[in-house]
Design a protein around this ligand. Structure first.
Ligand code: SF4
Length: 918
């Protein structure tokens, strides 16, 4: 019988359009295959520097976002009570009229009463510019509840952090350690890097309470107790100092370890000894000299009139028996001998297996080096160590460990991606001065250098609704988004008029204390008016937050829009190249929606905001594409670096009307390569600094020393000790003295204070889902349809659990009843689950009996946004006291077996969002 002929490789497309993925934050290049004008298939762009053709499950499933039944269909106005789902469709003109009727008068009278906060969007350079020109101090993106401790800890210590700021030298590193990394962040690039390490036989170690994802392929695993990572890291530093295995030459040349710390009592105790022009001083060959003097040989062991070096303070602290592995092993949950072996491993690879590249270079002092020495140990960390109330100091400790090993910006170590390295001093300080009818006095977010940069009003109260940059969390570089709704509801520090949110599911998985937040959004005052009078929300999908909006501005999906992955924001650079990219509408929307960024630009023009109108008041830009092309942040420097001027200029150059088309023709990205000899030692390498100025990353060279001892933090401690004009409230002094220690320390997470809740409870995002929109994706739902609570063997046995059982999980804030599953590779005091799989019934276009809505659940219900009262008259937020980072992972619970209910508890009434979806 003749075999049937089957075409096993049919053409899936008649055209390929190249753009940038948005199914997570990695920004891989994608080839979108089109058939008859419709998206038929997505694959990785092989020429793209980020993913080199690799596509993950999320990226491939992007096609299902384009066809999702939950897509919003048109602008909507609420016509029933909040949460009822009663909306009516309106035109865009009507939507703009409502928005301008609310926001126009507000700008002229009290612009601070607009709170504008955004989620996991990638356009913060535009949104912050808009908010600044509107004049409200109340703007930030989602970093405060994500990983600001990682970002700020890195910036204040080494001028960059992990993930978007840099990456390991995958080709040379021999020992790679992952601290607290879930799989959603840094997805394809990290997987590709791990693949290279495995190919080369390099050793991978995971430090994480949970052995899943990347940790599952590690050669060794340390199941650390949550919140104790910092103690483990400082114990490793203890061992290295004890063994004399630290890179003294690197510390002396490139860090502030040799700077002299003033010991004289008074307002400058603990600050650096400086000469009259402010330059910090070191001892070199017995003489006091400026730290950057040519030929200086800074002496780590020197003293001068009783002032000792940072290095001596470090040695004194970390050689203390308090940091000996034997002393901290029980608290960390790892055997002392294993800690000592890990330290020995680090020392052996860094020093006995050091590498040397025959690449001459010149440092910022003008000293020539014949080669580049490499210490082939590298690290990566993320939210796991960050989302604790001690996360900032833990992030600082990890960078200190890297630096004492001499492994930052050296071959085989950790390499920055342009525009990093960029120290705190090269970033703006935060601004908060409000003048009705005028722009804010500068950028909202930044890096305070001392109490003078706090955002306080004339009475010393927080100037921002989220209390960012206040005494409660002075270095809150990304804002404190998780406190916005609670503070606005409480009128603390003041009431607001309009809450304007973009892509932030604050009525569900992005808020602590979810049920209470829903109450705050619907609560009314004595006059029967909503306590938060107006809520404007923009999203592409019918999320839980949509139900609580008064005005819905429907966004497009990522294949229907322009976007700009910019060096002004969060670019796609590699250690050896600056890079940026775009998205563009590979398809046109089939419903009445508009890209949020274009809507914001239109709204800015209708409100006649500077930066969005001509001097005559006409709109400056038709849409986001025009803004991307023509906006200049500084003369010649705009959102995109490539094809500027006549199309040949890079970084600096006049706007080019063909720029976006040139990007499209180039695969939607552009790269400018770091020149030879400039790609290591970047903070001090003259060749790199000069190149960075040439392409517009900086306006002048800005070499700096790694900040092992943080002078800005010491200034806050001095204020807490009573020095200076700006003084904290009494209740804040003890916290500041503890948390603002200028040398990395460890203290117990604040969540440990409660008794009777012995188990740590964590969440993480899975590899297959990054945005909360992932769990409505018809393909990705087949990977994670619901989320059990994973329980370690010891707790599993103690409770007599078996497969299919349910548990009641209780915290000081509430209780949930959820399905459990056994997991052996888990810290024995820890339970965990996937975050944001659980959905509220009636949302995201899912059926009411979808497993996400009946078996899926959130731990958020158990987490309070406020810490318990401690007798100091304050209710501190559940955050890191340095940055305000949401301390999600401080959660403590107790767990017991219970009868299986009909569905996971708490179960909320279904929302009705049928009217807003396609
Ligand atoms: S790693 Fe992220 S950006 Fe890359 S293909 Fe996957 S989802 Fe898209």
């Amino acid at each position: 019988m003749a075999q049937p002929k089957i075409d096993t490789s049919p053409f899936v497309s008649d055209e390929v359009r190249q753009t940038t993925c948005y199914m997570c934050a990695c920004r891989c290049g994608i080839d979108v295959h089109m058939k008859s004008g419709k998206v038929s298939y997505i694959e990785g762009n092989r020429a793209h520097p980020v993913n080199k053709g690799v596509l993950c499950a999320k990226g491939a499933s992007g096609i299902k976002q384009v066809f999702a039944p939950s897509r919003l269909k048109a602008p909507m106005r609420r016509v029933g009570p909040r949460g009822s789902g009663a909306f009516e469709e309106i035109s865009w003109d009507e939507a703009f009229k409502i928005a301008t009727d609310w926001l126009g008068p507000l700008r002229q009278t009290a612009p601070e009463k607009l709170a504008f906060f955004t989620g996991r969007d990638q356009s913060q350079s535009l949104t912050s510019f808009w908010a600044q020109n509107y004049g409200t101090p109340n703007y930030a993106a989602h970093g405060g509840f994500c990983s600001v401790n990682m970002a700020a800890g890195g910036i204040y210590t080494v001028g960059g952090a992990f993930w978007e700021f840099g990456q390991p030298d995958w080709e040379r590193t021999k020992l790679f350690i992952l601290f607290g990394v879930a799989e959603d962040h840094d997805s394809n690039p990290l997987k590709m890097g791990l693949g290279r390490l495995k190919e080369r036989g390099a050793k991978v170690i995971g430090v994480n309470p949970i052995r899943s994802g990347y940790n599952a392929i590690a050669d060794d695993w340390f199941g650390v107790t949550p919140g104790a990572d910092g103690l483990l890291i400082l114990a490793l530093i203890h061992c290295l100092l004890e063994a004399g295995k630290v890179d003294l030459d690197y510390l002396a040349r490139f860090t502030n370890a040799p700077l002299l710390v003033r010991s004289d009592e008074g307002a400058e105790k603990g600050l650096f000894l400086r000469e009259a022009d402010g330059k910090a001083l070191v001892m070199s060959d017995g003489a006091l000299v400026p730290f950057d003097q040519k030929g200086a040989r800074p002496d780590l062991g020197a003293t001068y009139q009783g002032h000792r070096t940072v290095f001596q303070h470090m040695a004194e602290r970390y050689l203390s028996p308090d940091y000996a592995p034997e002393k901290i092993a029980a608290r960390v949950g790892i055997d002392a001998l294993r800690i000592r072996e890990l330290a020995a491993d680090l020392a052996r690879v860094a020093f006995d297996e050091a590498i040397e590249l025959p690449q001459p270079w010149t440092d910022f002092r003008g000293d020539h080096h014949a080669s580049m020495i490499g210490r082939p140990v590298s690290f990566h960390a993320m939210r796991g160590i960050s989302a604790h109330s001690n996360g900032f100091q833990t992030a600082r400790a990890l960078h200190l460990l890297q630096v004492v090993l001499g492994t930052v910006e050296t071959p085989g170590g950790y390499r920055f991606k342009p525009p990093y390295p960029k120290p705190a001093e090269a970033h703006p300080a935060p601004h908060c001065k409000v003048t009705p009818g005028k722009p804010l006095d500068g950028p909202h977010l930044g890096y305070p250098r001392g109490p003078e940069h706090l955002c306080l009003d004339a009475q010393g109260n927080p100037a921002r609704i989220d209390k960012a940059f206040s005494w409660e969390n002075p270095l809150s570089a990304h804002g404190v988004m998780h406190m916005v709704i609670a503070n606005a509801h409480a009128g603390d520090p003041y009431k607001i008029d309009t809450l304007f949110l973009y892509m932030a599911n604050m009525a569900w998985n992005s808020s602590m204390n979810t049920a209470a937040v829903m109450g705050m959004l619907t609560d009314k005052d004595e006059a029967g008016e909503y306590v938060i009078p107006h809520i404007i929300y923009s999203d592409a999908y019918a999320s839980e937050m949509v139900a609580y909006a008064d005005l819905i501005l429907p966004d497009t999906t990522y294949l229907e829009r322009h976007d700009c992955i910019s060096l002004l924001d969060r670019p796609i650079s590699e250690p050896g190249a600056a890079g940026d990219s775009i998205r563009w509408p590979v398809i046109e929307p089939d419903r009445d929606v508009r890209g949020f960024q274009s809507v914001l630009i239109d709204l800015g023009a209708r409100l006649v905001l500077p930066g969005f109108v001509t001097p005559e008041g006409a709109p400056l830009y038709k849409d986001y594409a025009e803004y991307i092309t023509n906006h200049q942040r500084r003369p010649g420097v705009g959102p995109l670096m490539g094809f500027r001027g006549d199309g040949t200029e890079v970084g600096r150059g006049a706007p080019n009307p063909d720029q976006i088309q040139r990007y499209i023709d180039n695969g939607a990205f552009f790269q400018a390569h770091v020149p030879e000899g400039a790609d290591f030692y970047k903070p001090w390498n003259k060749a790199y600094q000069d190149w960075a100025v040439k392409i517009g990353l900086y306006d002048a060279p800005q070499p700096y020393l790694f900040s092992l001892y943080s002078e800005p933090m010491r200034k806050f401690q001095l204020a807490a000790e009573g020095y200076g004009d700006r003084q904290p409230p009494e209740a804040a002094r003890a916290r500041l003295k503890l948390a603002m220690d200028p040398l990395p320390i460890w203290y117990a997470p604040f969540g440990d204070d409660v008794e009777g809740f012995p188990v740590h409870a964590l969440t993480q995002r899975p590899m297959a889902m990054y945005h909360s929109w992932g769990s409505q994706n018809v393909w990705l739902r087949q990977i994670h349809g619901h989320n059990p609570l994973y329980v370690p063997t010891k707790i599993w046995k103690a409770n007599g659990f078996k497969d299919g059982d349910w548990a009641r999980v209780t915290s000081p804030n509430g209780e949930i009843v959820v399905p459990v599953a056994h997991m052996a590779a888990l810290n024995e005091h820890t339970v965990w689950t996937w975050n944001a799989i659980g959905k509220r019934k009636g949302t995201w276009g899912l059926d009411a009996d979808a497993p996400e809505a009946t078996k899926g659940f959130l731990l958020n219900h158990l987490i309070s946004e406020l810490l318990p009262e401690k007798g100091d008259g304050m209710r501190w937020s559940n955050s890191d006291p340095v940055t305000g980072q949401a301390a999600w992972f401080d959660l403590r619970v107790k767990i017991e077996k219970t009868e299986a209910p009909r569905e996971a508890q708490p179960a909320f009434p279904a929302l009705d969002l049928k009217r807003v979806q396609v």
